[in-house]
Design a protein around this ligand. Structure first.
Ligand code: PLP
Length: 353
């Protein structure tokens, strides 16, 4: 099966092989060396000097929630949301009982940077939190512009980069970021089960604002700095992530991966456009390199389109929230080759033509 949902993705044979590596104890030196290697490789993806990756067992949501430990209990955070994942961040802050305000944009609209500017000008906020690639629609939010506003107001930015890390530009230093959260099994092409936060070292040195023991980012950071692990890490999944990061590096890093995604997505968009199906967002340029969303044609049920593609070996993705039943999404992450893309084009013509 070829997965065209935005994670977990189709893994390469090399990454899959790493999953059957010998059994290891997470408290032995060889596993500590592996964790050190993976943490360095994660920081190296964007050549982040003075940044540190902290691994967490769990899905991307766990990493986002752990990142919010950088928000102190008594400060207020500004959440900028234009989709399901932005709203999930607000739900986490609510669960952590931390003061926050949500600056919401309609899901199909870009974030209004001027309103972020006005909100931060009040001086009320200690952090801003935003999703980079809002997977709900496929929009790549303009982190450079949002980050510039945050920098001007001296408000550090926390980023959910779960579906962009490894395949989009992330200028961590000049975009005013303090931390980004991401996962092994989206643009990095690893296996599901391990996620991470990449943060400025000094942010990890502050007293923890965690409201949970398992997701206490600082506790994990301290343990991993000392060559240990706070709790059991998914050992095989960490091995697989090392292979996936080595592959990314050998294939030319995030820029080359973005190029590959862009070429695949351009092809899929051309095929679907020729079938007369409309994009959800106004312009192709609004989308991240890895994902596209289209409005379902009239009298076409999502389940039928999904079933037709699945018969041909492809899993596509439904809409979430208010967009469920209205759209379908195709991600081009993972280990896909030209022959897969040829078969996908034929399958899409059969499903939508
Ligand atoms: C996939 C995703 C997540 C996390 O999803 P999990 O199912 O927890 O891995 C968070 N944010 C964004 C933007 C995502 O695309």
């Amino acid at each position: 099966m070829k997965l065209l949902n935005p994670g977990p993705v189709t893994m390469s044979a090399r990454v899959k092989r790493a999953l059957s590596f010998d059994d290891e104890c997470h408290r032995e030196p060889e596993f500590a060396a592996l964790v050190g290697d993976v943490r360095r490789r994660l920081a190296d993806v964007y050549a982040a000097e003075g940044w540190e990756a902290v691994l967490l067992g769990g899905s991307g949501t766990a990493a986002v929630e752990a990142m919010l430990a950088l928000v102190a209990p008594n400060e207020a955070a500004l959440v900028v949301a234009n989709g399901v994942y932005g709203e999930r961040i607000a739900a986490m802050l609510r669960a952590q009982q931390k003061p926050h305000e949500v600056l919401a944009a309609p899901w199909t609209e870009p974030i209004d940077v001027a309103s972020v500017d006005r909100a931060l000008a009040t001086g009320a906020f200690g952090h801003a939190v935003v999703v980079h690639h809002e997977t709900t629609t496929g929009r790549l939010n303009d982190l450079a512009a949002i980050g510039a506003v945050c920098t001007r107001h001296g408000v550090p930015l926390l980023v959910d980069a779960v579906s962009s890390f490894g395949a989009e530009a992330l200028d961590l230093a000049s975009w005013g970021c303090e931390a980004v959260a991401a996962t092994a099994n989206k643009c990095l092409h690893g296996a599901p089960g391990v996620a991470f936060v990449l943060a400025r070292e000094e942010a990890l040195d502050r007293p923890s604002g965690a409201t949970s023991v398992t997701l206490d980012l600082r506790r994990h950071a301290i343990a991993q700095r000392a060559g240990g692990a706070a709790f059991t890490l998914p050992t095989h999944v960490v091995r697989a992530l090392r292979e996936a990061l080595a592959e990314l590096d050998e294939h030319g890093g995030w820029r080359r991966r973005r190029e590959a995604y862009r070429a695949r997505a351009a092809r899929v968009r051309r095929v679907v456009r020729e079938l007369g199906v409309e994009l959800l967002l106004a312009r192709e340029g609004d989308y991240a390199s890895s994902l596209t969303s289209w409005r379902l044609p009239a009298r076409r049920a999502y389940v039928d389109v999904h079933a037709r593609l699945k018969r041909d070996g492809f899993v596509i993705y439904r809409g979430q929230g208010a967009l469920d039943g209205e759209i379908f999404r195709i991600a081009v992450m993972g280990d896909l080759d030209d022959a897969d893309m040829d078969r996908l084009a034929a399958s899409l013509r059969a499903a939508l033509g």
